[in-house]
Design a protein around this ligand. Structure first.
Ligand code: TYM
Length: 327
């Protein structure tokens, strides 16, 4: 029996190379080895305000980007979170086992709520309960995510453990699968901050659908550090970030990269990084355009994905309801 993988991306903005290198590209690499479920987590997206028309479009875009990146519907189940009602049902139940204090300690909640002030919804605080439901519904073994989601996966384990100790073995305890490289791609405008979908500054992120010219301009304007050496040195976060992006798009190892750039200037590094990204994204962008030209095909794949996972999710919810005496 293959181990089960579950992961997802929020359709809350344009996907960037951080989402790709930290998550989606890894899902593709792991696809053969595991039994995979990949979800477009639209219910998570509404924890912050969304325009209904844009949200609907973004859900399809994210699904198409999974497939365009190489997720194969023969090997992985792909679906939209709100198509499977068990997600909200289990999230409510888990809420009742999650102390508010645990939720208030989540770094991402603290950061996002600080930005929004009075606008903060209860959903934003509660978001990790829904994420825990996503993962636990499918008796998931591994959750491949970027570094920023580690705390949420730990909370998922904690609530699963709590439930299991009260009612007996019910949930498998999942583990986060975080890559050594690419788990935290930084903003191009400020390499001390994580690249983020919600950041709106023009030079902050490279989006998966950016044109070659946009990519060249953004990389040319990326913040670099003082000095001239081109090395994987964490004291130089700007150069480190560019080198890591280059490494992940080309697959060349770190020593080789450092020797190839020895004695060269930042300008040359930037041109090479821009080219690597353009070439790396080209096949993905082509496939994406083809997929978006056939909305009926995409809809049918998503309906099929939901039909495949629904029985698994419903089985878990039913077991949980029986154990706690509901119904
Ligand atoms: P989201 O939509 O913010 O991000 C999707 C994935 O991209 C990773 N990521 C990054 N990786 C490297 N560098 C970055 N700068 C970067 N920014 C984002 C994220 O870690 C994530 O893996 N709560 C989740 C979605 C979710 C989920 C789940 C994930 C909901 N339910 C269940 C796994 C399992 C989120 O908001 O990801």
């Amino acid at each position: 029996m293959k181990k089960r993988v579950f992961s997802g991306v929020q359709p809350s903005g344009d996907l960037h190379i951080g989402n790709y290198l930290g998550a989606i590209k890894r899902w593709v690499a792991l696809q053969e080895e595991y039994d995979n479920i990949f979800c477009v987590v639209d219910l998570h997206a509404i924890t912050t305000p969304q325009d209904p028309k844009i949200l609907k479009q973004k859900i399809r875009e994210v699904a198409a980007l999974y497939l365009a990146s190489g997720i194969d519907p023969q090997k992985s189940k792909v679906f939209v979170q709100s198509h499977v009602l068990a997600h909200t049902e289990l999230a409510w139940i888990l809420n009742c086992f999650l102390p508010v204090g645990w939720m208030m300690r989540m770094t991402q909640f603290k950061e996002k709520s600080a930005k929004q002030r009075q606008q903060v919804s209860t959903g934003l605080l509660d978001y990790p309960a829904l994420m825990a439901a996503d993962i636990l519904l499918y008796q998931t073994d591994l959750v491949p995510v970027g570094e920023d989601q580690k705390q949420h996966v730990e909370l998922t384990r904690d609530v699963a453990q709590r439930f299991n100790s009260l009612y007996g073995e019910t949930f498998k305890l999942p583990a986060a699968l975080i890559a050594k490289e690419g788990a935290r791609i930084m903003g191009l405008d400020d390499p001390t901050k994580k690249m983020s979908k919600s950041e709106t500054a023009t030079g902050h992120a490279i989006y998966l659908l950016d044109s070659p010219d946009e990519i060249k301009t953004k990389i040319a304007h990326a913040t670099t550090d003082s000095g001239q050496e081109i090395k994987f040195d964490l004291q130089k976060p700007g150069i480190y970030n560019l080198l890591e992006i280059y490494q992940l798009f080309t697959g060349v190892d770190r020593h080789e990269i450092e020797s190839a750039f020895a004695g060269k200037g930042y300008g040359e590094l930037k041109s090479a990084v821009a080219e690597a990204i353009i070439e790396g994204l080209r096949p993905l962008q082509q496939k994406y355009t083809e997929l978006m030209a056939d909305p009926a095909y995409l809809e049918s794949l998503l309906a099929q994905g939901a039909d495949q996972v629904r029985p698994l999710a419903e089985k878990t919810v039913q077991e949980v309801k029986n154990k706690i005496g509901l119904g």
